[in-house]
Write a protein that binds this ligand. Structure first.
Ligand code: HEM
Length: 139
């Protein structure tokens, strides 16, 4: 029961975090470009003021719930080494933790990312992570 609850929270928080990245890449950045520079910056800031109160925390929830579920799902390493599901889960967890550490540094320590600064990077990782999450039971 506890696992199901945490799993559901993980999915919902991933939906909030990933959803913002999708909306930003697909619509907000385009909206900003279609407005005069000053209006675009104002509109974006009006939205980002609310985003900053929700989205980074959604990322922390995704990572925290992911860490909780990890040992339950990963299981034991057999004598033949890692199975395919475990390999995919490890890659997925690594990418998710990378996003989590990046977001934590940014939100808590005010350290902006050194590499891949734009939202295209987390957007791409989220797409890859979602695909890995879906294929890990099928590989
Ligand atoms: C932004 C980062 C992340 C995103 C977008 C994400 C997304 C997802 C999605 C979409 C699922 C599939 C849920 C379903 O279909 O039922 C899932 C499951 C899971 N995730 Fe994450 N996740 C992220 C980070 C993490 C991290 C950092 C870990 C571990 C350290 C993790 C561990 C897991 C585990 C163990 C499952 C359960 C697999 C299962 O039982 O089907 N996730 N995640």
């Amino acid at each position: 029961m506890m696992f199901t609850l945490i799993h559901t929270v993980h999915l919902l928080a991933a939906f909030v975090y990933g959803g913002f990245l999708f909306v930003d890449i697909l619509f907000l950045q385009k909206m900003q470009k279609s407005l005069p520079a000053e209006d675009g910056a104002k509109c974006r800031e009006a939205i980002m003021a609310h985003v900053r109160k929700v989205v980074p925390y959604a990322l922390f929830v995704v990572v925290g719930t992911g860490i909780y579920m990890f040992p339950h799902v990963f299981g034991h390493v057999g004598e033949d080494g890692l199975n395919h599901m475990q390999m995919v889960l490890l890659i997925k967890a690594f990418l998710g933790l990378w996003l989590g550490i990046r977001g934590f540094n940014q939100k808590i320590f005010k350290i902006d990312p050194w590499l891949f600064k734009s939202h295209y990077f987390p957007f791409t990782l989220v797409v890859i992570i979602i695909i890995l999450s879906q294929i890990m039971w099928a590989v």
